[in-house]
Write a protein that binds this ligand. Structure first.
Ligand code: ZN
Length: 233
């Protein structure tokens, strides 16, 4: 009888310990939503969705579109969204000569400063096409190069908003950088549902620099990053 009681007590203690261990909340997973190719006539609606969902994001802005849509760019001025450079002409930067590349970067930086009053902190080359010269030019300007780990192809003809939402929610992982565009209504159609599903999956949203910091990655100018898993250091 005593043996049974001891066994029962040990079993209870073990179950309690296990419950306590399981009850300790794990650190939530985090991701970054990034929007390329803006500003656009849709920027205001995009920002409104992000505001309603209380989600910070990162915008990689294009120089020629900053000239086309300066009022849309100005909407980014007093927000908590991070800003980065996506080149002036959207030409593949790996094909540009050193001088033209540097002009593209500096002209776009100046346009971001002029329209938003803010300094860009990051570079994303169009198409993710990088080269040693692109990395050097980024390093000279103090910018890390940010690529991505999830690409739902929200710009591609024939891809529905539902498909964009599904591709993101099925492939999101802790530290992921999601590539989206400030370009097409399908992205807006997918966005609220996508964010809500990701929240249900337990994801927290951060701008790229904040995600890197949270995951223990010290961003270095001129280095390329695709994602920030918490054990990558
Ligand atoms: Zn682009």
């Amino acid at each position: 009888m005593r043996k049974n009681l001891t066994g029962a007590l040990l079993g209870a203690c073990f179950s309690l310990s296990l419950c306590l261990i399981l009850a300790v909340p794990a650190k939530a997973a985090a991701i970054a939503l990034t929007f390329d190719d803006g500003p656009s006539p849709l920027t205001g609606e995009l920002l409104e969705i992000l505001r309603e969902e209380d989600v910070p994001a990162t915008f990689f802005l294009c120089g020629y579109r900053l000239e086309q849509f300066p009022e849309a760019a100005a909407l980014l001025a007093d927000t908590n969204h991070e800003l980065g450079v996506h080149g002036y002409s959207h030409t593949a930067m790996s094909k540009l000569s050193g001088e033209v590349l540097r002009e593209e970067l500096d002209k776009t930086r100046a346009l971001i400063l002029e329209t938003t009053g803010r300094e860009p902190a990051l570079l994303r080359p169009p198409g993710g096409l990088c080269s040693p010269d692109v990395r050097t030019a980024a390093e000279e300007r103090g910018w890390p190069v940010i690529l991505w780990s999830v690409d739902p192809e929200d710009w591609r003809p024939g891809v529905s908003g539902a498909a964009v939402c599904r591709r993101v929610t099925e492939n999101a992982a802790d530290g992921a950088v999601i590539l989206l565009h400030d370009l097409d209504r399908r992205t807006l159609d997918a966005l609220s549902g996508m964010i809500r599903t990701l929240k249900e999956q337990g994801f927290e949203f951060l701008a790229v620099s904040a995600l890197a910091e949270r995951q223990g990655t010290a961003l270095e100018p001129g280095f390329c990053y695709r994602s920030f898993s918490s054990d990558s250091g």
